[in-house]
Design a protein around this ligand. Structure first.
Ligand SMILES: [Ca+2]
Ligand SMILES: [Ca+2]
Ligand SMILES: [Ca+2]
Length: 484
């Protein structure tokens, strides 16, 4: 209706005749050029009048959008961004192309916060994100084309150069080592840039094919180092039966994808060798004339038990083998087993401090090795033994035995009491071969033997005291005898 007041009409139609203006909005027009004509509709006699025609171009919204990120691994292009057809609030679609070749179509209908703020009136739901296959190795131009919803045409909205790695496998060697006789450990990882799949790894020992395995074990962090390839590309090889000495291990990762050479790395390693290692974990007095020593011994060249020699003050006193089970040894020395402990009682020890050494006999490389400790022999009260208290003839009492004080190799005196009466002092200084054998560190002169006469017939108490030297107190032993 042309009834809007337009003051400018007053000059032409009169001050009271200005309500003839009109305004109209036409919707639903397709984009592009149109001719718009306005007719005045006749009332009463006459006919309608064409007022004017004009050409009007309806501005069509071409689609717009961006690529936020794009990367390619092993033929897969992962891409995300957003796309909007300016003609519509509805979600559109995007085509992803590499060098003009369409790889796939994605819906641009996911929420992307902040989008409506950047493109007011369209809402947030115009994000796209996905993976398309068939991306070629090398560097290529990725273009994203959004669908114009009003005419179905694809319009390029963004472009980006994307590189995809190709070529030799990436091969890493974390460790090549022999930590026990005959053992080999090799570990690392291998990835071929042309595939997310598994790479095979071949091993050559001293130039000869040893074995091949799949590098398909999980190693945390690999996917961080080589994004998109995953963590399952580690390898680990353990072998035994490797001969002693120096070796070379070559590791070859077999190429995948376009023709390329394999990747290889060679590493030298040696089986363990060197002098034996001996520990003395405990060394202590084990009573009169004895010391007990214990610990571990092994030779890096062998898992077999090593031979031991024990010395006291430089003099060999015993031999043995370090073959006792020592729990935890294999944990500390992987591959060697637990049978490397020893415990040995050393006898013939004299009074005072001694240097006790455990000497391990070398196998293979190295030479004999020893570990020594200073050990204090026993100290304290004398040891007194009565071999005989008897009455061999009327009025006689015979007393025989031996006494040693751990604090001295010297002979002791012993005091003999009969029924508590005043004692008789005698020297325990007689030779006794068995003493020299068992208590060699004290010599053999510690025996005593005396026959006392003039004793009253009947039961008599005989008490013998060994007189202490150094630390300790006298030792008393009593026996009853019936005098003839
Ligand atoms: Ca390759
Ligand atoms: Ca050795
Ligand atoms: Ca003493």
């Amino acid at each position: 209706m042309a009834n809007a007041v337009r003051p400018d009409l007053a000059a032409r139609l009169g001050a009271n005749n200005t309500a003839h203006g009109y305004t109209a909005t036409l919707s639903g027009l397709s984009t592009g050029k149109h001719t718009v004509c306005v007719f005045g509709i006749n009332t009463g006699p006459g006919s309608n009048t064409l007022l004017e025609c004009r050409d009007v171009t309806v501005s069509g919204g071409v689609p717009t959008g961006v690529i936020d990120a794009a990367s390619a691994v092993a033929g897969k292009l992962t891409i995300r961004g957003w796309a909007i057809d300016r003609d519509s609030q509805s979600a559109t679609q995007v085509q992803v192309r590499a060098d003009g070749k369409t790889l796939g179509t994605l819906n641009a209908n996911t929420a992307k916060s902040g989008l409506n703020a950047a493109m007011p009136g369209y809402g947030d739901n115009h994000g796209y994100s996905g993976t398309v296959q068939g991306f070629p190795a090398g560097t290529h131009t990725v273009t994203v084309h959004a669908k114009d919803l009003s005419n179905g045409k694809w319009t390029q909205i963004a472009s980006r150069s994307v590189s995809q790695a190709t070529g030799y496998p990436w091969l890493a060697v974390d460790e090549v080592a022999s930590k026990a006789p005959g053992k080999l450990l090799a570990r690392g990882w291998a990835i071929d840039p042309d595939t997310t799949g598994t790479v095979r790894v071949h091993f050559y020992l001293d130039g000869k094919a040893l074995t091949s395995i799949a590098a398909d074990q999980t190693k945390t962090g690999l996917n961080t180092a080589k994004p998109g390839y995953g963590d399952k590309h580690a390898y680990r090889l353990e072998r035994s039966g490797i001969s002693a000495g120096k070796h070379s291990l070559c590791i070859i990762a077999i190429n995948q994808g376009p023709k390329n050479l394999n990747a290889s790395i060679c590493k030298p390693f040696s089986t363990p060798t060197g002098p034996p290692k001996v520990t003395v974990d405990q060394a202590a007095s084990a009573g009169l004339g004895a010391i007990t020593v214990s610990g571990t011994a092994y030779d890096p060249d062998t898992t077999a038990a090593v031979s031991l020699t024990y010395t006291v003050d430089g003099k060999q006193v015993a031999t043995g083998t370090a073959n006792q089970t020592k729990s935890g040894f294999d944990s500390a020395h992987p591959g060697y087993g637990n049978a490397h402990g020893y415990t040995q009682k050393l006898t013939g020890i004299g009074p005072g401090k001694h240097t006790v050494c455990v000497v391990a006999k070398n196998v293979g490389g190295g030479s004999n090795a020893s570990t020594c400790k200073s050990v204090a022999a026993a100290t304290g009260n004398p040891t007194l033994l009565l071999d005989e208290v008897s009455s061999p003839a009327p009025g006689q009492i015979r007393v025989r035995g031996w006494a040693i004080d751990p604090d001295t190799a010297a002979s002791l005196r012993v005091h003999v009491y009969f029924d508590g009466a005043a004692g008789v002092s005698i020297a325990a200084d007689q030779a006794k071969p068995s003493l020299a054998t068992v208590y060699g560190g004290f010599g053999g002169n510690h025996a005593f033997s005396s026959t006392f006469t003039g004793k009253k017939a009947g039961a008599t108490s005989v008490c013998v005291f060994a007189i202490n030297q150094g630390a300790g107190v006298n030792t008393e032993v009593c026996k009853s005898v019936t005098v003839q």
